[in-house]
Design a protein around this ligand. Structure first.
Ligand code: SF4
Length: 319
């Protein structure tokens, strides 16, 4: 596992020190079908104000998500807990890397306050990887879930977790807090792991999702990948089968976009028709819900998708 230790602690350290020595990879111009809403509307500004007032970190900002204009206008922000610094060094990710600080014991209450102020019916909570913590941050995840439930009992909760690799018992702590949706992203196909997601193990992630269902079959499970990293179509279809073997309910597929010259290059821009093809095949393989478009992201339209998931499950049960 690649754990990055930050010993410099200087203000002018690079955001991704482990990538600083890498050769530049030119950033390709985006095709016409990738167009997003610019941020800046009054509703976007209100979301921004609440996030900043509570001192919270969002993956929308840290990952440079292209959908932030659209999502924040609808007050959909995805909170990133346990700091803004990740102990992994994935080749696709724009979140800062290094050695994170101590956990903020007040964070669960702050998140619960922001969820209440934003009036969220459905909230997505994700985190940086915290390989430095004995439980990978599982108990902190559970505390955040409990704090939101106590303050906003009608809000449904989706977690997007790290893999808790080699942290025995961590997953069970999060599942016991009973999120409504448990998301863990595979990110890419198995053959790309060493280059794209070197600290993770493909089959560990599959097994984690399977274990969630074994522990509590009422929790919806979800996983997502990026395409355009050089994967073969057949590898994506194999990944779908692997996720279905783990009884995963919901698959998201989106176009990878390169954050900086030091990140993994975009190998190809997948056409909207090819995304539609992935969606059709995924449904035939038995997923309850599939979102496959160039701008699909794990948490994009998560609230609407939760309603669709519930309806699809009831439909399957014949109710
Ligand atoms: S898609 Fe997710 S990460 Fe991107 S802006 Fe929307 S809520 Fe934030």
């Amino acid at each position: 596992m690649a754990v990055v230790i930050d010993t410099l602690k200087s203000d002018n350290r690079p955001r991704h020190p482990e990538k600083a020595h890498r050769p530049d990879q030119p950033i390709q111009r985006k095709p016409d079908w990738i167009r997003v809403k610019a941020p800046g509307s009054p509703a976007w500004a209100e979301t921004n104000r609440i996030v900043k007032a509570e001192g919270l970190v969002t993956v929308c900002e840290e990952a440079g998500c292209p959908n932030i204009g659209e999502c924040w206008e609808k007050k959909h922000a995805t909170f990133m807990i346990m700091g803004d610094t990740c102990t992994r060094a994935c080749a696709f990710c724009n979140v800062k890397t290094g050695m994170p600080g101590a956990l903020d014991a007040d964070e669960p209450a702050k998140i619960a306050t922001a969820v209440a102020k934003l009036g969220l019916h459905h909230v997505v909570i994700t985190s940086v990887d915290r390989d430095d913590l004995d439980d990978g941050g599982a108990e902190h995840f559970a505390q955040v879930i409990r704090a939101i439930r106590a303050r906003s009992p009608g809000t449904t909760i989706e977690v997007l977790t790290p893999d808790f690799l080699r942290k025995d018992g961590a997953l069970e702590v999060v599942v016991a807090a009973r999120p409504d949706v448990f998301n863990h992203n595979l990110e890419t196909v198995a053959s790309k792991y060493l280059k794209v997601r070197p600290g993770a193990r493909y089959f560990h992630s599959i097994r984690l999702l399977q274990r969630v269902k074994e522990l509590d079959a009422t929790i919806f499970t979800k996983s997502g990948i990026m395409v355009g990293l050089g994967e073969e179509r057949n590898e994506v279809l194999q990944l779908m089968d692997d996720l279905r073997s783990a009884d995963v309910d919901f698959l998201t597929v989106g176009q990878y976009l390169q954050p900086t010259k030091k990140h993994h290059p975009v190998i190809d821009f997948i056409t909207p028709d090819a995304f539609k093809g992935y969606e059709t095949i995924a449904y035939t393989k038995g997923f309850l819900l599939v979102s496959a478009t160039p701008l699909t992201r794990s948490s994009h339209h998560a609230g609407d998708d939760f309603a669709k998931l519930k309806a699809a499950r009831l439909g399957k049960l014949g109710r």
